[in-house]
Design a protein around this ligand. Sequence first.
Ligand SMILES: Nc1ncnc2c1ncn2[C@@H]1O[C@H](COP(=O)(O)OP(=O)(O)OP(=O)(O)O)[C@@H](O)[C@H]1O
Ligand SMILES: [Mg+2]
Length: 333
Amino acid sequence: MAMARGGGNLEPAATKPIIRVEGLRKQYGKTLALAGVSFSVLPGETFGLLGPNGAGKTTTLKILCGLVRPDGGDVTVDGLSVTRNTQAVQRLLGVVPQGLALYEDFTARQNLVFFAKLRGIPRSERAKQVDDILRLIGLEEDANRRVKGFSGGMKRRLNIGIGLLGNPKVLLLDEPTVGIDPQSRRYILDSVRRLADQGVTIIYTSHYMEEVEYLCERVAIIDHGRVIAQGPIDEVRALAGDSVVLRVPVANGDVVDLDSLRSSISVPIEARTGELRFVLPEGSAQVPTVLNALVAVGLPLDGMRVESPNLETVFLALTGKALRDHGANGGAS
Ligand SMILES: Nc1ncnc2c1ncn2[C@@H]1O[C@H](COP(=O)(O)OP(=O)(O)OP(=O)(O)O)[C@@H](O)[C@H]1O
Ligand SMILES: [Mg+2]
């Protein structure tokens, strides 16, 4: 298990964490969802929780907000234990679940008002909060339209808006950009940044490393219920060396037998639009193996370059798997 710890940077070390996640364990039947997850989040920071499907991200967040009881370990928020002071902790939190929790027959505004009442937001504050949130999530113009007719991105934005009711000090976001168009994604990322600028402490869960690299100062990478690396992003990045990337262009309509390629080389293959990428540690003896395999199946090589480490290559270096190999996420929770 590799760990990058927050040494070197005096400021975080001097600040007391607002969230402490300590030794969380959770078993679902035969599945060990969490095998001892620990990390801490500093006040006002955007903390990234990065991991592939089934890593344990949602389980961690559900325990954090008191929806699920851990079998072991605990979480404290502002010094309050979530297992002992569940309601007090919940009052500090805004939660944006991975699955959409919206009433399709209501308008955007009606959804916000309904959830504001549920949260016990006094009538005198409700209208202003709802208006502020509609502006932040860019749904002012569509406030009086029924959610039924919204695009996936608009629904995601409203889902986030509901999590913002009550001006939470801490916001938990569970994969808020899954399955949406690039424009909505950009909008969501910018809204999250604005919230961070206002001083909200955020845990941002994702398996898109670009998002975490864009938003977060510190990150924990989680795989199979274990934290495999955590710390400031630069330190975590440094856990992997440079990598060699081989690019194979794939035209629309090309049929590539990825399974047989995978069986002839033990190198993760990233399938992106228009290309396949093979990422290997620099100096890897497997570079010629991959080249030979490509020639054998008649795939042309388009380019080869050395890339400095990013969170994805860290994940690869630590687990031997590519984060993107796990595919798009559809799972509701
Ligand atoms: N209610 C449940 N009952 C049984 N198994 C569960 C339940 N919730 C989660 N699991 C299992 O626990 C493990 C962790 O799941 P979790 O939802 O926390 O992962 P995740 O990192 O959020 O994944 P994803 O990226 O797909 O959302 C998985 O193996 C999952 O199948
Ligand atoms: Mg999840």
